[in-house]
Structure formats: structure tokens, C-alpha cells
Design a protein around this ligand. Structure first.
Ligand code: DGL
Length: 282
């Protein structure tokens, strides 16, 4: 698809669910005049336990939807979708696509103990992108990768600090600390919402690194180099869509965005079966 939308068009951002709001927050800080569109595919979260075909199909269908809403650039605010679908997206769409990368490089530069931990979904840890990061930095520092099943679901449900969330984080973080980790990378966009609890459990001497602000800066660079930065002076607006039931979606997105906002239902043409029928070879 060769849509080229003008600089005053919005930026499209999506995630398997509400986690990408942590990236949207940084984009809003970095680019206050841009209009932002956000799709939470919460009806199909977590992506971590879905097939490659399904994640690709959902990602393609959502990007098509965002382009139909005049998006000039896309941010894949999901490490899992990045790991699984980024090549398919770049092969198909010509507008700028900015994707997540776990912040292993800054963590490697920051660590004093020489041991860093990465919290991510199992799919992200198993991805090629991740293997490449490991190859690149694994000689200089010890990288301990920790899959965190259950945490995406806790954030999707709005349980940011209940007993179950705390015990899952302890289960994942304490073994890392015992192995000398002094720097923890948040390799899933849902986890910044758990950062206060992760920090509390890890202790104040452990650095927690979230790549979202760097992604927002990269977005600014990419827009600038394509002459796509908005020239409007007014504050940008945000619009939200979700594939979850409307009441649930509105509650959790309003909680995390800290404003009472409207969330529209993601139109049917992006439903799983249609997405699969149109985009995946039989
Ligand atoms: N926020 C997504 C990520 O960054 C969660 C993935 C999932 O739904 O499994 O990986």
C-alpha cells in the first residue's frame, strides 16, 4: 500500500492491548502538536500465545485500518508484534514504520555489575530480533532473559499492584537479582505500568530501563527526515479504538491514560477471521 498522507495527518500507534499507551505517553511528550490514533487489540491480547500467522494478520489489518484513518506513520508499540510481524509490515506498507527494540544497548552501557536482566514475553525472547541483540551485546555483558507469563493479562485487567501481580513480579525478578542483575530492561510495553512495583521489589539500586522515550525520539527523527512533522501550533488530539468490549476498554484505557476518554469499537473488517482470510496464504 503506497498511501502518502500529508504532515498534518495523524500518527497511528498500535499494540496487542493497552501496553502501548506507555509508548503513546512518551510520543505525546515528545510531539505535543501531533494528532495521535491508538488501537488496542485487547480483544486478542495477549499476542504472546497466538500463532505467527494470526499476529501478522492482525498487525496488517490494524495498519490498514490506521492508514484508512489517514495515518502518515505507524508506531508498532508492541515488542511481540515487532518480533513477529515487522518484516511483513515493512514489505507491505511504504509509510514510515517505527518499531520497538528492547533497550539492551543502554542497559549494557549502564550496568556496573556486568549482568543485565530483560523482562519480556516468551515470543519476544524467542524472536530473531532478540537473538541479534544478544549476539551484538552478549559478549560484553551477561544478559539474562526472563519470560513473564501472566503480566500482560494483569495489566489488561487493570491490576497494577494487587497480590497476584506482586507475586508474579517477585517470581520473575528475585532470581535475576540473585544472579547479580543491577539493570532491568522492560522488553514489553505493558510493563512500564508495573515499573513502580518492579522498582520496589528490585530495590532502588537497580536501574529500570524503558525504551519508550527513545522510540518517541526516533519517531521524531523519522518524521523530520521524511518532512512529515506536523506544522500545526495547536495541541494535538488523541483518538482511541479497541477490539475489547466497549465498557471494559473505556475503563482501562481511561485509567491508564488518566483521563476519562471515549474509546471506539475497532470496526469489524479487522476481525480475526477476515484478517486471516485476506492476508494469510492458505
Ligand atoms: N505489549 C506487548 C509487547 O510489548 C504485549 C505482548 C502480548 O500481548 O503478548 O510485547
Amino acid at each position: 500500500m503506497n498511501a502518502k498522507n500529508p504532515p498534518e495527518s495523524p500518527i497511528g500507534v498500535f499494540d496487542s492491548g493497552v501496553g502501548g499507551l506507555s509508548v503513546l505517553r512518551e510520543i505525546r511528550r515528545e510531539l505535543p502538536h501531533e494528532d495521535l490514533l491508538y488501537v488496542a487489540d485487547s480483544g486478542h491480547a495477549p499476542y504472546g500465545d497466538k500463532s505467527t500467522e494470526l499476529i501478522e494478520a492482525r498487525s496488517i489489518a490494524i495498519v490498514e485500518f490506521l492508514i484508512s484513518q489517514r495515518a502518515k506513520a505507524i508506531v508498532v508499540a508492541c515488542n511481540t508484534a515487532t518480533g513477529v510481524a515487522i518484516q511483513a509490515l515493512r514489505a507491505r506498507f511504504t509509510i514510515p514504520i517505527i518499531a520497538m527494540e528492547p533497550a539492551v544497548k543502554p542497559a549494557a552501557a549502564h550496568t556496573k555489575s556486568g549482568v543485565i536482566g530483560v523482562l519480556a514475553t516468551s515470543r519476544t525472547i524467542a524472536s530473531d530480533n532478540f537473538a541479534k541483540l544478544h549476539e551484538r551485546f552478549g559478549a560484553d555483558v551477561k544478559i539474562l532473559m526472563q519470560a513473564c507469563p501472566g503480566l500482560v493479562e494483569q495489566v489488561e485487567a487493570g491490576y497494577l499492584s494487587d497480590d497476584k501481580t506482586r507475586s508474579l513480579i517477585e517470581q520473575y525478578v528475585v532470581p535475576l537479582l540473585e544472579q547479580g542483575v543491577d539493570t532491568i530492561v522492560l522488553g514489553c510495553t505493558h510493563y512500564p505500568f508495573l515499573a513502580p512495583l518492579i522498582q520496589k521489589i528490585a530495590g532502588s539500586s537497580v536501574a529500570i530501563i524503558d525504551p519508550s522515550a527513545a522510540i518517541a525520539r526516533e519517531l521524531r527523527r523519522r518524521l523530520a527526515s521524511a518532512d512529515l512533522l506536523s506544522t500545526q501550533n495547536k495541541t494535538g488530539i488523541e483518538r482511541f479504538w479497541s477490539s475489547a468490549p466497549p465498557h471494559k476498554a473505556r475503563f482501562i484505557i481511561s485509567e491508564l491514560w488518566r483521563l476519562d476518554i471515549d474509546v471506539l469499537v475497532l470496526p469489524d473488517h479487522t476481525s480475526i477471521s477476515t484478517a486471516l482470510k485476506h492476508h494469510v496464504a492458505p
